[in-house]
Design a protein around this ligand. Structure first.
Ligand SMILES: CC(=O)SCCNC(=O)CCNC(=O)[C@H](O)C(C)(C)COP(=O)(O)OP(=O)(O)OC[C@H]1O[C@@H](n2cnc3c(N)ncnc32)[C@H](O)[C@@H]1OP(=O)(O)O
Length: 409
């Protein structure tokens, strides 16, 4: 029988069926408690679904959140929960969902970029997503790692239950967020999501704990972590699993990491979302022993080119004409003059000869300031049309902090 896909937007009554589909696709991990967490942040009106007759066979959603980008924060479509039933895959459903989702975001006109975490890196480049942010995955033996000794400036550390210090966590996070490209806004629903702790997702570890750092003016840093007990024939070897360490206080950062690295009865530590410029790398006595591996984190899609390039700031002054191609959103194809610097920028169509040429995916890679223009040129992904254009434009696209992907949404 010919399959005629029926595309639509989810209603509340579709959501449990959607949970079943996603649970199958991701091979479990969506027990009732976990699905309740995922469902709590789902926006049905932004959730595309596909039915084959009565059966729900594909979906893609987007969350409404703000994203920190170099020097600014802007609304961004946070794409997630993408999946196609194994019985219906490789028939173009994802391709059509991506087309509909991206043109929808574009037509709505208030989110210049979309971003996502990819289950597999090879899925999204064809839709114009570029790898904008890497992360470090640390999984290390802590027995020989040392940090500098405490200073007089270090404040007080206190353990707490997440629910009892939510306001402090939000205040610290919001204080640090403007300076960290890649971080997303968290309203109450998103704090619920971040602090949710379904038993099935603990992997045998404890419930999540909070470590607070208090300076002279109150709480100025926090860490979210848990531990997993383990013993072998010669003694204890528990592991500390760190989700987030957030502070802009150097002494607090050091004090929290010192405790996390040396918890009694632990011998190992993992952290999945460390930034490439994580200060920890500069503080430990033996960085190699962190055993940090490079992984992809955020994939970003420039949806509205002039709005996106105007919205972010540039590290140095820039005046460059870009020749850009975009097969999926042809409004982005063309020649664009980008002029600006640290205080603001403007991007508009241009008839001037182009200095650099690239596709929309390359702009996504550059957007958060973590990918070098020269790096992309060396890979043949950006072409220099005017000699010298790369040298002058490259520093402008960088930023003083690396983008970070700490929270998987
Ligand atoms: C942001 C997120 O939510 S990430 C989570 C993504 N979801 C998953 O990983 C769940 C399991 N996988 C799936 O549900 C599906 O396989 C999907 C969504 C990845 C792909 O859906 P499909 O409908 O099969 O994709 P579609 O038919 O449109 O394929 C488009 C192209 O991408 C390719 N492609 C699709 N998925 C993959 C993949 N996992 N690896 C490599 N290539 C892929 C196809 O081969 C096809 O290439 P072609 O045009 O050259 O023939």
């Amino acid at each position: 029988m010919t399959f005629v896909p029926k595309f639509g937007v989810a209603r509340t009554e579709d959501l449990d069926e959607l949970g079943e589909l996603l649970g199958n696709l991701f091979h479990g991990g969506l027990d009732a408690e976990s699905w309740a967490v995922e469902r709590s942040v789902l926006e049905p009106e932004r959730t595309l679904i596909v039915r084959d007759g009565a059966e729900l066979v594909a979906t893609a959603t987007a969350f409404t959140r703000e994203l920190t980008v170099p020097g600014a924060r802007l609304p961004a479509a946070h794409v997630s929960m993408v999946g196609v039933a194994p019985t219906h895959r490789r028939r173009g459903l994802l391709t059509e969902l991506m087309r509909r989702q991206l043109t929808g975001v574009r037509d709505a006109g208030h989110e210049p970029v979309a971003l996502l975490w990819a289950s597999e890196g090879q899925i999204y480049p064809r839709f114009g997503y570029g790898l904008a942010c890497h992360r470090l995955l640390v999984d290390c033996d802590t027995t020989e790692l040392r940090l500098p000794d405490p200073t007089a400036a270090e404040g007080r550390l206190r353990l707490a239950k997440p629910d009892r210090c939510r306001a402090e966590l939000a205040r610290v996070y919001d204080g640090v967020r403007p300076d960290r490209p890649g971080w997303s806004s968290r309203n109450e629903a998103w704090w619920n999501f971040v602090l949710s702790d379904p038993v099935a997702r603990r992997g045998g570890a404890t419930e999540r704990r909070v470590l607070l750092h208090e300076g002279p003016d109150g709480v100025n840093g926090y860490a979210l972590f848990r531990t997993r007990n383990d013993w072998d024939m010669v003694g204890p070897r528990a592991i500390t699993i760190v989700d987030e360490v957030v502070t802009d206080d150097q002494a607090g950062y050091l004090a929290m990491w010192r405790l996390l690295l040396t918890l009694d009865l632990t011998r190992r530590l993992t952290v999945r979302g460390a930034a490439l410029d994580e200060p920890l790398l500069r503080l430990v006595n033996e960085p190699r022993r962190l055993d940090a591996r490079l992984h992809d984190a955020l994939w970003l899609r420039v949806v509205d080119l002039p709005a996106a390039l105007t919205a972010r700031r540039y590290a140095t002054s820039i005046d460059v004409v870009l020749e850009v191609t975009d097969d999926l959103l042809p409004e982005n194809t063309g020649r664009w003059r980008l002029a600006g610097g640290p205080d603001g920028a403007n991007c508009a169509p241009s008839t001037r000869a182009a200095d650099l040429a690239c596709d929309i995916r390359a702009l996504g890679e550059l957007y958060l300031g973590g990918t070098g223009l020269g790096e992309l040129a060396a890979a043949g992904r950006v072409r220099e049309l005017r000699p010298g254009a790369l040298t002058t434009a490259a520093p402008a696209f960088g930023w003083h902090r690396a983008p970070a992907g700490m929270e998987v949404f």
